[in-house]
Design a protein around this ligand. Structure first.
Ligand code: SF4
Length: 437
C-alpha cells in the first residue's frame, strides 16, 4: 500500500460524504457509465465485495481505471460536491476497492458456463481485455492472442510503472483469466497464423483490438540519426528493462543525457518523465502549439513540471544534427520565430501512431481508411467489412484514453454477442428444417 492509498477507515469516511444524487452527474461523466453512487453506498456500509461486484458490472479493470483515468475531467470533474471544491475522490475509492479485493481475495469468482460461442480476441490491451471479460461473463468461451510475452498491451508496455505498477496490471489480468479466458502469448496474428486460420479453428467471431503500434513520422532532415527514437518504443524498452528482460544499456537513454521530447500528448509526458527517471540531466518537451492546445492531461503536465521537465511552446523542430553522421549532437528549433541550435543526446518522437497493417494485409475483405484505421459498422456494432470480424478501441477510433478504448469495446462486445446469437439461431433453424424434410 502506498501512502497515497486510503485505509479502510478513510475510505468509508470518504464514501459517507456522497450525497447519492438522484441524477448522479458523476456517472454521466464516466465514459463507461460506472454505477458510482451504488458502489459508493456499499463501500460506505463496509460491503467491499458488493461494491466490487457493482463495479465489475461495468468495468473489468477497476484497479487500472482508479489509477490512470482522467478523473478530473470525468467522474470527479462532474461530482456536484466539486462546486465547493470538495468532490468525492472517486478514482481513489475505486482503486481502494479493487486493491482490497486483490489483497484479500474475498470476492468469490463466478465462472460462467461457456456454451454461447467461441470468440478469438487479438491483442490484450484495454479493448481486448474488456471484450474478453464482458463476453466471458456472458457465457462465451474466449481466447486471447497476444504478440508479446506478457498480456496487457499498452497497460504493460506503454504506461510507465510510476503511473501504473505492472503488478497491478498482472493482478487484474489474473482476475480475467479466472473467468475462463485463455491466453496464447508470443503469437502474432498476421504472421504465425491468420484470421482465416482462426475461423478454421472454429471461432464464431474474431475481435481485433490491436491498437496503434506504428509511430507517425515527421519529414525533417536528420530523423534517421542514431539517438532519435520513438516514444512508444522507448517506453516499451524501459518496461522490458524494469521487468528484467533486457539490460540497462539497451534502454539507451542514460545518466546525465540531454533529452528532447517532440509532442505534448500523454505519451510525450510519459516519455519525458520516464527519461528523467532513467537519469537524464535535462528533459525538454517541444510542442508546436501553445499550452492550451496540448492533449496531455493538465495534472500530468503539472507533475512533469514539478519534477523539472522544461516545456517549449510554439516551437517547431527544424532539423537534427549528428557528429560524423552518427552520435547525435544538436536539435535545431524554431522557437516563436527564432531559430536556435541546442545540444541534445537523444530526441524522442511522440507525435502519435497509427495501426499496423499486419492483419488487414493477410486477410481478405477488411477495409481500412486512408490512414489504415479499420472501418466498422453500427449494426452489429463494431463489425468490419468482413463478416464475423470485429474491431474496436484505438485501431478503429484513433488513439484515445484507456477508458475510451474500454467504452468502445463494451459496445463491440454487445455487437459480437448479438451477431453470434443470431448466426447460431439461424443455423439451428436450418438444421431443424433439414431434419424435418
Ligand atoms: Fe456522490 Fe458526487 Fe456522484 Fe453525487 S455526483 S452521487 S455526490 S459522487
Amino acid at each position: 500500500m502506498s501512502s497515497n492509498d486510503y485505509t479502510i477507515k478513510e475510505a468509508i469516511a470518504e464514501a459517507k460524504r456522497c450525497l447519492h444524487c438522484k441524477v448522479p452527474a458523476c456517472k454521466k461523466g464516466c465514459p463507461i457509465s460506472n454505477d458510482i453512487p451504488d458502489w459508493i453506498a456499499e463501500l460506505a456500509k463496509g460491503n467491499f465485495g458488493n461494491a466490487l461486484q457493482i463495479i465489475n458490472g461495468r468495468s473489468n479493470l477497476p484497479a487500472v481505471c482508479g489509477r490512470v483515468c482522467a478523473h478530473e475531467k470525468q467522474c470527479e470533474g462532474n461530482c456536484v460536491l466539486g462546486k465547493k471544491g470538495e468532490h468525492i475522490n472517486i478514482g481513489k475509492l475505486e482503486r481502494f476497492i479493487a486493491d482490497f479485493d486483490s489483497a484479500t481475495r474475498m470476492t468469490p469468482v463466478m465462472i460462467p458456463q461457456k456454451g454461447r460461442g467461441k470468440i478469438a480476441v487479438i491483442g490484450s490491451g484495454p479493448a481486448g481485455l474488456t471484450i474478453a471479460g464482458d463476453l466471458s461473463r456472458q457465457g462465451f468461451s474466449v481466447e486471447i492472442f497476444e504478440m508479446e510475452s506478457e498480456p496487457g498491451g499498452v497497460l504493460m508496455y506503454g504506461i510507465p510503472e510510476y503511473r501504473l505498477p505492472k503488478d497491478v496490471v498482472r493482478t487484474e489480468i489474473k482476475k480475467i483469466e479466472k473467468l475462463g479466458v485463455r491466453f496464447h502469448l508470443n503469437t502474432v496474428v498476421g504472421e504465425n497464423l491468420t484470421i482465416d486460420d482462426l475461423f478454421a479453428q472454429g471461432f464464431d467471431a474474431i475481435f481485433m483490438g490491436t491498437g496503434t503500434g506504428v509511430p507517425n513520422r515527421l519529414d525533417i532532415p536528420g530523423l534517421n540519426h542514431q539517438g532519435v527514437r520513438q516514444a512508444i518504443r522507448f517506453l516499451r524498452r524501459v518496461s522490458l528493462y524494469e521487468n528484467g528482460n533486457i539490460s540497462r544499456e539497451e534502454v539507451i537513454v542514460g545518466d546525465g543525457d540531454k533529452v528532447f521530447v517532440v509532442g505534448c500528448g500523454n505519451t510525450g509526458i510519459d516519455a519525458a518523465r520516464t527519461a528523467l527517471r532513467m537519469g537524464s540531466s535535462e528533459v525538454t518537451v517541444v510542442y508546436h502549439k501553445d499550452m492550451e492546445q496540448m492533449s496531455a492531461l493538465k495534472s500530468e503536465y503539472e507533475e512533469a513540471l514539478s519534477e523539472g521537465v522544461r516545456f517549449l511552446w510554439n516551437t517547431e523542430i527544424v532539423r537534427i544534427e549528428a557528429e560524423n553522421d552518427e552520435k547525435l549532437k544538436s536539435i535545431i528549433l524554431n522557437i516563436n520565430g527564432e531559430v536556435k541550435e541546442l545540444p541534445a543526446d537523444h530526441i524522442v518522437m511522440a507525435i502519435g501512431s497509427a495501426p499496423a497493417a499486419r492483419i488487414v494485409s493477410t486477410t481478405k475483405g477488411i477495409d481500412v481508411d486512408e490512414k489504415g484505421y479499420v472501418l466498422t459498422r453500427e449494426n452489429p456494432y463494431g463489425m468490419t467489412t468482413r463478416k464475423g470480424v470485429f474491431a474496436g478501441g484505438d485501431v478503429t477510433n484513433r488513439p484515445a484514453t484507456v477508458v475510451h478504448a474500454m467504452r468502445d469495446a463494451k459496445n463491440v462486445a454487445e455487437g459480437i454477442a448479438r451477431y453470434v446469437d443470431a448466426v447460431r439461431l439461424i443455423e439451428t433453424i436450418n438444421s431443424e428444417t433439414v431434419s424435418h424434410e
